[in-house]
Structure formats: C-alpha cells, structure tokens
Write a protein that binds this ligand. Structure first.
Ligand SMILES: NC(=O)c1ccc[n+]([C@@H]2O[C@H](COP(=O)([O-])OP(=O)(O)OC[C@H]3O[C@@H](n4cnc5c(N)ncnc54)[C@H](OP(=O)(O)O)[C@@H]3O)[C@@H](O)[C@H]2O)c1
Length: 259
C-alpha cells in the first residue's frame, strides 16, 4: 500500500453523527479532506456542519445505511457534491449485549444488517465509483472483538468477525486494481455506543483504559496515510489478539473470567 496524502481526497463516511465517525469527520476536514457524512440523525449532522463551518469541505445527508435506496441516493448526492469518491469509510455500527439464548432472531438479523450487510453492500455500490477515484481506499471499522470473541456479545462478535473476513478477502481481490482495504479494530472507546446497545446488560463490566474517539480517529487517519492493512488500537487489544494466536485455551479462560 502506498503513502496517501488526504488533502483533496473525497471521503464518503457513515456513522458521522457521534463518536468515532464524528471525530473522523472533524479531523479529516482539518487535513483538507472533503467529507460527505451520513447518519440517521439529521440534527446531529447539522450541528456538526455548523461546528466545522467549511461547506466546501463538508457536506452531509440523512441516511439509514440498512436501506438500499438510502445508500444509492447518498452516493449520488456525494458524487454531485464532490464529483466522485476516493475513500469509503464504513463506520456506522451498533451493539448488543447479553446471553445468546436470551435473545431472538430479530436482534441478530438487525445487528448483521447494520454491522455487516450494510457496509458490504455500500462497498458493492461504491466500487465502480472508487475505480475512477484517486488512490482508492475502503476503510472498515470493525473491533478487537472481530479478532477475538468474548461472551455476552456473541452476535456483535460474529458481525465484526464477518467484516474482518470479508475485508481480508476483498483486499486480496482488489489488490490488482490498486484499491486498498484497511481494517480498523478499536477496543473500548468512550462514545454513545454503550448507551444504545441492546440487550439485558447495559454496560460492559469494565471500561478501564477506554480510548477517546479523538484518539481512535487520529490513529485511523495515521493508518490511512501510512497505507496500513489493519490497525488494532490498544495495547490490551493487541495483547489479547496475540495471546489468542499463541495460546487459545488461555485466551478462552481469560475472556470467560472477564466475561
Ligand atoms: N465504542 C466502542 O467501544 C467501540 C469499540 C470497537 C468498535 N466500535 C465500532 O466503532 C464504530 C463507531 O461506533 P461508536 O463507538 O462511534 O458509536 P456511536 O457513537 O454510537 O456511533 C455510531 C454511529 O453509527 C450510526 N448508525 C448506527 N446505525 C445506523 C444506521 N442504521 N444507519 C446509519 N447510521 C447508523 C449512528 O448514527 P445515527 O444513530 O444518527 O444513525 C452513529 O453516528 C461502530 O462500527 C462500532 O461497532 C466501537
């Protein structure tokens, strides 16, 4: 992967109304990147546009990423605004906590729609446009839990493992066309994510060492510039992933205890 200068690049960003996506929008615009931001909460996007106050670099549209028509219309509007797309950032996502057996099929399907089918179909839709772009890149925001699964989050882990596997396959598939694919794997991050998570346990047991969304956005942008394939955004996350590779039974015991 090549070094990338982000100034002037055109980014289509999902999940920009809060947390990591919001920070990504602010920091990318500060680099001179053109950002077309999507989310369902229009009022949040309006506030963000006011805060950024650079209409030549920042535009937005209300979009539910699980709706095909919304995705198509958003891509069209982005092209009308900026003339194309160089980088697609699939960041929108949601979570679920609690024992698998206590949940139902509807919850699993809803999570997979937002965390897996929506980003994958956004990529399918955007690929012809990215092919015309400058140093095209797809960024998929996954999770450390897409490398090592933990109890009480089986559906979320499954959705992020799916994004991980898909990203690895697609990176190899698109290498000949020089379209890069980067997988971003944050650990616990202080966002609204945990307030909205569905299930019978509203908070994870520990948020010790949680990162700020600004930190995650900075590291993601550095990874994009440096042409990284994959970034894991905390020391704890990296240790867990390595422990799982070196000694899976010990990792199993650790996550069962931490639960
Ligand atoms: N926070 C963590 O600890 C953590 C850890 C690892 C990975 N992640 C991942 O990081 C990403 C960003 O999460 P976050 O922590 O920044 O959480 P967040 O503050 O809750 O942000 C989630 C974003 O996704 C958007 N979104 C959710 N469903 C959507 C839909 N159907 N259509 C369009 N947009 C939708 C939300 O916007 P609207 O509600 O306005 O639509 C919001 O902008 C997610 O993929 C998450 O899985 C988070």
């Amino acid at each position: 992967m090549a070094w990338r200068t982000l100034a002037g690049q055109r980014v289509l960003l999902t999940g920009a109304s809060s947390g990591i996506g919001r920070e990504l929008a602010i920091q990318l615009v500060a680099q001179g990147t053109k950002v077309f931001a999507l989310a369902r909460r229009r009022s949040r996007l309006e506030e963000l546009a006011q805060e950024i106050n650079q209409p030549e670099l920042f535009a937005f549209r209300e979009c539910d990423v699980t709706q095909p028509a919304d995705r198509e219309q958003s891509l069209q509007t982005c092209i009308e605004c900026f003339g194309g797309v160089d980088i697609l950032i699939n960041n929108a996502g949601s979570g679920a906590i609690g024992p698998f057996a206590a949940a139902d099929e509807a919850r699993l399907r809803k999570l997979m729609e937002v965390n897996f089918f929506a980003p994958v179909e956004f990529i399918r839709l955007t690929l012809p446009v990215l092919r015309q772009g400058n140093k095209p890149l797809i960024v998929n925001v996954s999770s450390v839990l897409g490398h090592r699964a933990v109890p009480q989050k089986s559906e979320y882990c499954a959705s992020k493992f799916a994004v991980h596997g898909f990203s690895d396959a697609l990176r190899a598939e698109l290498a000949a066309e020089k379209i890069d694919v980067m997988l971003v794997s944050p650990s616990t991050t202080e966002t609204e994510f945990f307030d909205k998570v569905t299930g019978d346990r509203q908070k994870p047991r520990g948020r010790f060492g949680a990162k700020s969304p600004a930190y995650v956005a900075r590291a993601t942008i550095r990874g994009m510039q440096a042409g990284r394939h994959e970034i894991i955004l905390s020391t704890g996350g990296r240790l867990l992933v390595w422990l799982d590779r070196l000694c899976p039974p010990l990792a199993d015991r650790l996550v069962a205890w931490w639960g």
